[in-house]
Design a protein around this ligand. Structure first.
Ligand code: F58
Length: 839
């Protein structure tokens, strides 16, 4: 409407000069040179790989922004229901290669860069990861954004723009040391600062009660500490579509700059104190994976993020001037774990306190809006906040939580009169001293759907942490499963170009990138000689690439013809890297006892580890030390003639994963049954033709169902046996598994250095009741490893398995997962982007 009012001459200028960011090679080269000279203030004489990266990134960014604008315009005009994905973590990794692929610029930019004197590979390698996440949960959010964009959904992500991402890991004397990840050191071309989009977020203060003009009792929160939230937008382009969605990351900034009067009085530190406290809020990502930290700053982060995001969502909704009752028809909000649960309370506060909606109507709107994904049943990961802390920081929210709880428990009491135990178990408030707010309970009560992330996990949450909710809500009402997925664009096409090319050549087109079920078409080539040859060649070249990377990062030289056995993920007791390294010791000492002739028949192995331990997680850090101590001994023992090598690759992150995963022959996903909610790297490995050695846990089970018995090595006790086994460790004298005892003896004998260092680790098995049941699974683990060795000797058989693995992985595309969420939980429809003229 506004445009129509402009004079013709103005429109003509836009028509003439706008939109010259076309996708051809020449236009790209022109952009590149313009960015070198203007954005970077450099010239042909002083442009290195890094500047070439920056110039390329800025040229791609221009094109991204164009699509981003078109998408936002289309969505605003369509005014259809949107989904908002609230996640404290988005583990995006690098963006350039992905943007080139998704925008269809790869060939033209590749050639363009080459003619300008650079190799695209080197250029891509300059980018630092956006590592705003810990592990699976954060990476899942990134895969889901890719699929939302690709499937044309009108979606937004909301998160925090941490100044420091997950720490960088280095090794010193075999120990992990942490270094800050100051990823914004150079400018970040993948964000659009929206310095005009600012939300004031308040903390602390008090609540006033008053009577409004209708005679209703109302409450008003007077926060006393105001921090500004500034938006930084990260465009996420879909693959093969114009849709380019947005992740809005909030950065904290002081409302007032420093206190000049104090400054003038000479109190310099006090003068800038407020400013520093405000900036602290989004300074750093908490580096814990599957562990709750009860720090006030973390709670502040959560509210800061939730308040800014809801303000933004509500502002957008209000533009349409619809009545509040339509809110859930326009807005779906997905809570990625309990971290954003305060959003439930904040929306209720906005509706009741600020907009004057009656409590019950507001609550109906709230519960129809939110849905909640649970990612863990580990007790130490459950979020609980002390009531006094919440009360102090967010006094009005605490009142609302008490009211939500009261009304909820009144309903429970009606349905189950006099069942006080049930009330206590269901309560959002844990009646301890001090009291705690159970965030998972708040999330369940405030959402219309609750989902687990794999079938087993979704069943387990109904039997454990949410058992009592099932008694109240009934079995099929709120609770659902949505098995996780991964994006095949990044995790096959980008990470494994050779295999991707083979698949495209074989299937005749790239449609499989948008419909992963089409990989099934590979099955008819499983006996095709030429196809098999190329399949093996792709794997081998990935192994060579990894071999070089291992040499570069660790100095360890490994043979790319050996079996590559990989375990890369966060280091955690429940993931049992400890069991893996104990198995390595067993293998090593078995090899040592063999004669040279016996050893000649043995499959050579390279055992590869990678992963970060939370900085305060002592036992996990000891596991890293043990791995490195074992590696030191094994790798330098000539008597075993290269039959075994061990490498711990430092600083595992998304980009490193892209190198490691395509190179694996077997990967280990060996969590204690019932502890790994899903796992997603398991999917990535199998999609890339790597086999799995795994426990009957998380998504391993569904992968097994899809790829069949012949193509996976499963072992260990089952989830339903775990309680009994733990009980036995606690109350009965369970004799130690003899093979494990032998390994413990080896460590204690000092074979891998001063054994006193490892005593606390060994104690978890012997004195600590072996909570993760390593001793119970050890023998079947060794047996499964034997089967792996045998199977690998049959080269042709292994190739067949590898092909069938990939071919059957269609289910695990994040596109499938997102489609299920869209249909069953969010009730949203795709909105294809209409290409606009630049005006
Ligand atoms: C992971 N959780 C699960 N949490 O462990 C994994 O099984 C699952 O596949 C994945 O989510 C995706 O569903 C996870 O990564 C965290 O890192 C949290 C970070 C914030 C603090 C609490 C743990």
């Amino acid at each position: 409407k506004e445009i129509a009012k402009l004079p013709k001459e103005t429109l003509a200028l836009w028509e003439k000069y706008g939109g010259d960011e076309t996708d051809d090679k020449e236009a790209f080269q022109k952009s590149f040179i313009r960015h070198v000279t203007t954005t970077l203030a450099r010239s042909i004489y002083n442009i290195d790989n890094f500047s070439a990266y920056q110039a390329t990134a800025h040229s791609v960014r221009d094109r991204l922004i164009k699509r981003w604008n078109e998408t936002q315009q289309t969505h605003t005009e369509a005014d259809s229901k949107r989904v908002y994905y609230l996640s404290l973590e988005f583990l995006l990794g690098r963006s350039l290669d992905n943007a080139l692929l998704n925008l269809g610029l790869k060939d033209n930019c590749g050639e363009g860069v080459k003619e300008l004197g650079f190799a695209m590979e080197d250029v891509l390698d300059q980018e630092v990861d956006a590592a705003l996440g810990n592990g699976g949960l954060g990476r899942l959010a990134a895969c889901y954004m890719d699929s939302l964009a690709t499937l044309d959904y009108p979606a937004w992500g909301y998160g925090l723009r941490y100044t420091y991402g997950i720490f960088q890991q280095r090794l010193k004397d075999g120990y992990q040391v942490e270094f800050p990840d100051y990823w914004l050191n150079f400018d970040n071309p993948w964000e659009l600062p929206r310095l005009d989009v600012v939300v004031d977020v308040k903390f602390y203060g008090s609540v006033n009660r008053y009577t409004d003009e209708k005679g209703r009792k109302r409450y008003a929160w007077e926060g006393i500490d105001t921090v500004q939230s500034v938006a930084y937008d990260v465009p996420i382009p879909g693959y093969g579509t114009k849709n380019c969605i947005n992740i809005r990351l909030w950065s904290s900034k002081p409302k007032r700059q420093f206190d000049l009067s104090r400054f003038n009085e000479g109190q310099y530190e006090q003068a800038v104190q407020e400013q520093m406290q405000a900036e602290n809020i989004t300074a750093v990502l908490y580096p814990n994976d599957n562990h709750m930290v009860g720090k006030e700053l973390r709670l502040k982060q959560q509210y800061f993020w939730v308040a800014a995001s809801l303000f933004d969502i509500v502002r957008r909704f209000k533009k349409s001037q619809r009545p509040w009752s339509h809110f859930p028809d326009q807005v779906a909000i997905q809570l990625n774990d309990t971290h954003p649960s305060l959003a439930i309370v904040e929306l209720q506060r906005i509706l009741v306190d600020l907009e004057g909606v009656d409590w019950d109507d507001a609550w109906e709107i709230v519960t129809r809006t939110f849905a909640f994904t649970n990612h863990t049943i580990l007790p130490e990961a459950m979020e609980r906040w002390p009531v006094p802390m919440v009360q102090y920081l967010l006094p009005r929210h605490m009142q609302i939580i008490f009211d939500i709880n009261l009304f909820f428990l009144q309903k429970v009491e009606k349905a189950f009169p006099d069942n006080r135990d049930l009330l206590a178990r269901l309560s959002i408030i844990e009646e301890s001293t001090p009291q705690f707010v159970r965030m998972a309970h708040l999330a369940v009560v405030g959402s219309h759907r609750v989902n687990g992330v794999a079938e087993l996990h979704s069943e387990l949450i109904k039997k454990t942490i949410f058992k009592d909710f099932i008694q109240y809500y009934g079995n099929d009402s709120k609770f659902e499963n949505k098995t996780n997925g991964i994006t095949p664009r990044r995790w096959l096409h980008q990470a494994n170009p050779k295999l991707s090319e083979l698949i495209t050549d074989t299937l005749g087109n790239k449609n499989w990138l948008k419909n992963l079920d089409l990989l099934k078409g590979l099955k008819s080539y499983v006996d095709n000689k030429d196809f098999r040859k190329r399949w093996v060649a792709a794997k081998h070249s990935n192994k060579v690439r990894l071999t070089e990377y291992i040499k570069k990062t660790t100095g360890i030289i490994v043979n790319s013809n050996a079996l590559f056995d990989v375990q890369v993920k966060r280091i955690h007791e429940y993931k049992r890297q400890f069991m893996n390294i104990l198995g390595v010791i067993h293998r090593y000492n078995t090899l040592k006892k063999m004669t040279s002739e016996e050893r000649a028949d043995v499959v050579h192995r390279v055992v590869i580890f990678g992963g970060k331990a939370a900085p305060g997680y002592y036992i996990a850090k000891l596991v890293i030390k043990l791995i490195n101590s074992v590696a030191e001994v094994v790798n330098n023992d000539n008597s075993i003639e290269d039959s075994l090598k061990v490498a711990f690759i430092p600083d595992y992150n998304v980009s490193v994963a892209e190198i490691i995963i395509p190179a694996s022959d077997i990967s280990q996903h060996i969590s204690t049954a019932g502890t790994e909610a899903s796992g997603t790297s398991n999917m990535k490995f199998v999609l890339n033709g790597g086999l799995i050695l795994g426990t009957v846990d998380g998504a391993n089970i569904e992968i097994h169902e899809e790829i069949g018995d012949d193509n996976i090595f499963m072992f260990g006790n089952l989830a339903h046996q775990v309680d009994d086994l733990r009980h036995a460790h606690r109350y009965r004298n369970v004799p130690m598994d003899p093979s494990l005892q032998a390994v413990i003896n080896d460590i204690e004998s000092g074979q891998f250095g001063d054994s006193r260092i490892f005593a606390p680790l060994i104690n978890t098995l012997t004195l600590g009741q072996d909570y993760y049941l390593i001793s119970d699974d050890f023998q079947s683990y060794l047996d499964a490893q034997k089967l792996v060795d045998e199977a690998y000797k049959d080269k042709e058989g292994w190739i067949t398995k590898s092909i069938l693995c990939s071919a059957n992985m269609g289910k695990f595309s994040s596109d499938r997962a997102i489609q299920e969420y869209a249909e069953r939980i969010w009730n949203i429809e795709p909105v294809p982007v209409v290409t606009k003229k630049h005006i």
